[in-house]
Write a protein that binds this ligand. Structure first.
Ligand SMILES: [Zn+2]
Length: 170
């Protein structure tokens, strides 16, 4: 059984209080957790996937805190990576509600172990080989599966070259 002495309890209360009232302290703790997840090689969503925190924020927690305070952070919002395959950088982060963050994560799901990705269009989980090669994208593949890309290209071609009568009459 873990026993805490009075000093420990007071200290715990102090930090809990501070966490709820001191925004800069709260944001530094957030940064600590981000760094911890990214440096933990057993964390399959962060460390194991090579997700990292940018050097600027690693070197200077105040630069992260200032960035957050100037870029829409408020209590109740979570930090969200816009492209789930890229790391924590000012360009790739924003503050959103938990619901928005879950939707974003859902949309970009890739399983690097199984080498599968959930298609952004049809939502089916398919092997990465079912996605066109694209060097600019994480793991060198597009976010939409071949089937969806081909279908979308066909639809676009049809719109441009063979407009349907309603569109022609406009
Ligand atoms: Zn698809």
């Amino acid at each position: 059984m873990l026993l805490m002495n009075v000093t420990d309890i007071k200290e715990a209360q102090y930090y809990r209080e501070r966490y709820h009232t001191d925004d800069r302290y709260y944001l530094k703790k957030l940064l600590d957790r981000m760094i911890y997840r990214c440096q933990n090689e057993n964390d399959k969503y962060y460390g194991a996937r090579g997700i990292s925190v940018c050097q600027e924020w690693l070197d200077d927690s105040d630069s992260f805190v200032n960035w957050a305070l100037n870029n829409g952070w408020r209590r109740g919002l979570v930090i969200d990576r816009i492209d789930n395959h890229l790391g924590y950088t000012p360009d790739n982060c924003r503050f959103v509600t938990v619901t928005e963050s879950n939707q974003n994560r859902e949309m970009w799901t890739t399983d690097p172990q199984a080498m599968t990705r959930k298609c952004k269009s049809c939502g089916k989980v398919k092997p990465l080989t079912e996605f066109h090669k694209d060097k600019t994208r994480p793991m060198g593949r597009t976010y939409r599966c071949r089937e969806c890309r081909n279908r979308e290209a066909r639809e676009k071609y049809t719109r441009v070259h063979h407009p349907i009568p309603e569109q022609m009459s406009r």
